[in-house]
Each structure stands twice: as structure tokens, then as C-alpha cells.
Design a protein around this ligand. Structure first.
Ligand code: AMP
Ligand code: MG
Length: 486
């Protein structure tokens, strides 16, 4: 498709009716400019990437014009934030522009930073350049790793001052998602005591996205099961790639299990199970090692919200499936990271003991597993050994690993190739995002955003010319404080 006008809008969410949203136009930027344009996301929409560089597109991405067929609206929702219920949230600064039919199914187009809405509370309705760059890169990084995530089509920048801890500039991001229906969307109508609207929303999700559930004898149970299982799978995958979301409030959890709403997220550098990426999360509620349990907590909150549709025993039964599924998924990822094709009884301990070794030594998670792909039972594995402050502990573990590999049917080269397909060379380390942000803010140079996007789109490939992006953080980049403000 060579023109935006050819996008085929099918605004199903809007058809749900006025209780679910407020129709609203974006508040555009004066003098906008294009900051980033993602050709891969354009392809997903069936758009010629060149379109993203046209003046028409910029007008659209900066809230100054509407694509034909778009019908913007602010969605209402609520949610549990840090464990407490907030009865009224909603799109305070974003608008669902509409839904587009693509070869991959229906895709939401959402404009983040589009100005005040009835759900803005006391905030300004804007997003800043820094946070839009972080969101743009995170979606692509996760997608590249094979983790379900919203993605970003483009960023439009402005010279509009936006006040956070300091004065920054406003930007808008066009986000692509399978849906923007959140756990908190159901909670809103449940706690408003509008069970008929909970039902209408559930029917919408089932009809639009879950044809198998629609045909099951208990469609609502099937919807809930889908949400619980997708959440368990998603979080196991986050753990495996060392991703920390940072703000796992129920309003930030997609009903379809895509990673949604990037704020103070982070990928692990040194392996630290108790890592807290959100500077404002003083109690570590959303620490890396708590994510699996918080996922279940959130599924419980969703269960409450669906309790007028599904009898309690059925809700309980589905909730009980979360933990075994998450653990099985986690173990599956861990075995793959170790290159183990067979499942044997000591594998869990082998993996747990390795993680304990990494934690004790503060060893870089991504780098260690990438080097592990070249592990040779018949050598002392110096490149791995060099990463470990406690050489004896590494040697002891390596002996066990070598013995375990002897039981594997795969040839070493084949195993190494399989391991390289699950142990990324490149992840979106905080300091890499920070470099791109500083260049953008200080010099108006956006080239690093595109350079990073390209590397992260193929995180498992060697890309020898991009070696520098695989390096662990320099001293200044180790403990960057990432606050909630965005
Ligand atoms: P978040 O923590 O980013 O998921 O946001 C929580 C809630 O605050 C959501 O309802 C957002 O729409 C709203 N919100 C966050 N930032 C702003 C802002 N700058 N202006 C208006 N609403 C905001
Ligand atoms: Mg949010």
C-alpha cells in the first residue's frame, strides 16, 4: 500500500457504545517533526515505509490530521495500582485512533501523548521525547526476541515544553497493539456494578479475537483461561530474557497477554533476581523475581472482575492452572538456554545453581548465556570463566554441565546453533537507550534510535559490525535511575 488513505479501518471497539469511551480529537503539536519511523511496523500494516516520511503522515502522527476512517476515542478503565484499587483511570493522554484490518488480524492504532482527555485527572495529557523513545525501542526489542508486545510505528517530536522533573519536550508515539482492552477495563465496569457491560466487553473480546472461545461450551471461562495462560506464558518469557516491566498494575496488563505500557522497564545487565527497575517502587513490589507471583495476583483481580459471568469454582479452577503452566514454561526456556533437548531429573538444579552463581558474582546475564553457546566440555572454557569472580564455583558447575551434555543426542555444533537462537546477543540495555535519548535531546540527532532498532530487530544474529551494542554497561550506565515519570 502506498498511501495511508488505503488503510482499512474496522472500528469494532467503537461499536461497543458510549459507556466504554469518550470520542475525542487529538490536541496537535505546532511545528512537529519526525523523530523515528519503523519500516517493520509499516509492513505489518501493509504500508509502504516511504509513507511514514510524507507530510501527510507527520500531520497525522502529530495529532494535526486524521486518517480517513479513523475515529479517535479515549478508552475508560480502572485498575489496581501497586496493590490498591483506583476506581477511575482511562486514556489520560492517549487515544485509540481506530482499528485496522491487516493480514495478521485487527490491529489497534493508538496515539500516545495526544493531549488532555476526561481521564487526565491533574496531568497534562502529554508524553515526553525520552519516554516515547524508550517505548518505541522496547516494543521492537521484545518483538525481536519473540516476546508478545505492542509495537510502535513512529514518533513525532515537537518543541512544546513539557514539565517533568525538568523541562522536556513533548512527543507522540503511534502504538500498534492487538488490543488496548486491559484487565482494568473489566475491573472498571465490575466495580461500577454494571455486569451487563462486563458481559458486553467480554463478548467483544471473544468475538473479535478468540474464535475458539466463541465456539466453546463456556465462552467466558475460555476467555478467562486464555487470559491466564497468555499471562503465564508472557511472564515466563520475560523472566527468560531478563525483562523487568516495572509497573505491573492491572491497568497495564493486556487481556490478550501482550506486553503493554512501557514506563520504567529494564533488561537485566548483571543477574540480580531482586532487581527493581522502577526507581519509584520502593518496596520492590514489581521486582524481577516477583513478576511471576504478581502475574497471578493480577489474574486474581481479573477473576473478581469476571465473577458475575463465571461461577467461583470455575474461576478457581482456571487460576490453579497459572502456576504449573508458568513453571513449566520457565523450565522449558531454561532448558533451551542451556541447550538441553532432553528433560532429565537434575536439570532444574543445574539451572538454579547456575543462576545462583550468576547472582553471587553479579555476572552479566545476557553475555554469560551467549558465551555459554560456545561451551566445550573438553576445554576450560576461559571466556566463560573470565566472567566469574569465583573460578572454583564456575569450574564445579562446568563439570556438572559437561557431564549432563554427554547425555544429549545433539552434536555440539547443532546444539550451539540452537542455543544461539534463544540466547540473544543484543538486548535493550538501559545505557543503550540512554545514549540514544541523550543524542536526541542534546543534539537533535535521532540516528541512534534507528541504529538501535535495527540491531534489536535481529537480536540472535551475530551482526559483527554492531559488536559494541553487545557490551555490558560502562560504569556510568550501571545504575541509571529510571523514574515513573514519562
Ligand atoms: P501509567 O502509570 O503510565 O500506566 O498511567 C496510569 C494512568 O495515568 C493512566 O490512566 C494514564 O493515562 C494516566 N497518565 C499518565 N501520564 C499522564 C499524563 N501525562 N497526562 C494524563 N494522564 C496521564
Ligand atoms: Mg498505563
Amino acid at each position: 500500500m502506498s498511501r495511508m488513505q488505503e488503510l482499512s479501518f474496522d472500528n469494532r471497539f467503537r461499536a461497543l457504545g458510549a459507556a466504554f469511551y469518550t470520542p475525542l480529537r487529538p490536541t496537535g503539536f505546532a511545528n512537529p517533526h519526525l523523530v523515528a519511523a519503523n519500516p517493520d511496523a509499516a509492513a505489518l500494516l501493509g504500508l509502504d515505509p516511504e509513507v511514514l516520511h510524507s507530510p501527510e503522515f507527520l500531520a497525522w502522527a502529530s495529532g494535526n490530521a486524521e486518517a480517513p476512517g479513523s475515529a479517535p476515542l479515549a478508552m475508560v478503565y480502572s485498575g489496581h495500582q501497586f496493590g490498591g484499587y483506583t476506581p477511575q483511570l482511562g486514556d489520560g493522554r492517549g487515544l485509540l485512533l481506530g482499528q485496522v484490518r491487516t493480514a495478521q488480524g485487527l490491529i489497534d492504532l493508538h496515539l500516545k501523548g495526544a493531549g488532555k482527555t476526561p481521564y487526565s485527572r491533574f496531568a497534562d495529557g502529554r508524553a515526553v521525547l525520552r519516554s516515547t523513545i524508550r517505548e518505541y525501542l522496547a516494543g521492537e526489542a521484545l518483538h525481536g526476541l519473540g516476546v508478545p508486545s505492542t509495537r510502535a510505528l513512529a514518533i513525532a517530536g515537537s518543541d512544546e515544553p513539557v514539565i517533568r522533573e525538568r523541562v522536556e519536550t513533548g512527543a507522540m508515539l503511534i502504538r500498534l497493539a492487538r488490543t488496548h482492552v486491559r484487565f482494568g477495563s473489566f475491573e472498571y465496569f465490575h466495580y461500577q456494578q454494571r455486569p451487563e457491560l462486563v458481559r458486553a466487553l467480554a463478548d467483544h473480546v471473544i468475538e473479535t479475537y478468540l474464535p475458539a472461545a466463541a465456539h466453546s461450551s463456556e465462552p467466558y471461562v475460555a476467555l478467562f483461561r486464555h487470559a491466564v495462560q497468555a499471562t503465564a506464558r508472557l511472564i515466563a518469557h520475560w523472566q527468560a530474557v531478563g525483562f523487568c516491566h516495572g509497573v505491573m498494575n492491572t491497568d497495564n496488563l493486556s487481556i490478550l497477554g501482550e506486553t503493554l505500557d512501557f514506563g520504567p522497564y529494564g533488561f537485566l545487565d548483571a543477574y540480580d533476581p531482586r532487581h527493581i527497575c522502577n526507581h519509584s517502587d520502593h518496596e520492590g513490589r514489581y521486582a524481577y523475581d516477583r513478576q511471576p507471583a504478581i502475574g497471578l495476583w493480577n489474574c486474581n483481580a481479573l477473576a473478581h472482575a469476571l465473577s458475575t459471568l463465571i461461577p467461583v469454582p470455575a474461576l478457581r479452577e482456571v487460576l490453579l492452572e497459572y502456576e504449573p503452566l508458568l513453571l513449566a514454561e520457565l523450565r522449558r526456556h531454561q532448558r533451551a538456554k542451556l541447550g538441553l533437548e532432553l528433560a532429565q531429573s537434575g536439570d532444574d538444579a543445574l539451572s538454579d545453581d547456575l543462576l545462583a552463581l550468576l547472582a553471587a558474582g553479579g555476572i552479566d546475564y545476557t553475555l554469560f548465556f551467549r558465551r555459554l553457546c560456545d561451551f566445550r566440555p573438553d576445554t576450560d572454557n576461559q571466556p566463560l570463566r573470565d566472567l566469574c569472580p569465583d573460578r572454583d564455583a564456575f569450574d564445579a558447575w562446568a563439570r556438572r554441565y559437561a557431564a549432563r551434555l554427554a547425555a544429549e543426542p545433539r552434536a555440539a555444533a547443532e546444539r550451539a546453533a540452537a542455543m544461539r537462537a534463544v540466547n540473544p546477543k543484543y538486548v535493550l540495555r538501559n545505557y543503550l537507550a540512554e545514549i540514544a535519548i541523550r543524542k536526541a535531546e542534546d543534539e537533535g540527532d535521532y540516528s541512534e534510535i534507528e541504529a538501535l532498532r535495527r540491531v534489536l530487530a535481529r537480536p540472535f544474529a551475530e551482526q559483527p559490525e554492531c559488536e559494541r551494542y553487545a557490551a555490558p554497561p560502562p560504569d556510568w550506565g550501571r545504575k541509571l535511575a529510571i523514574s515513573c515519570s514519562s
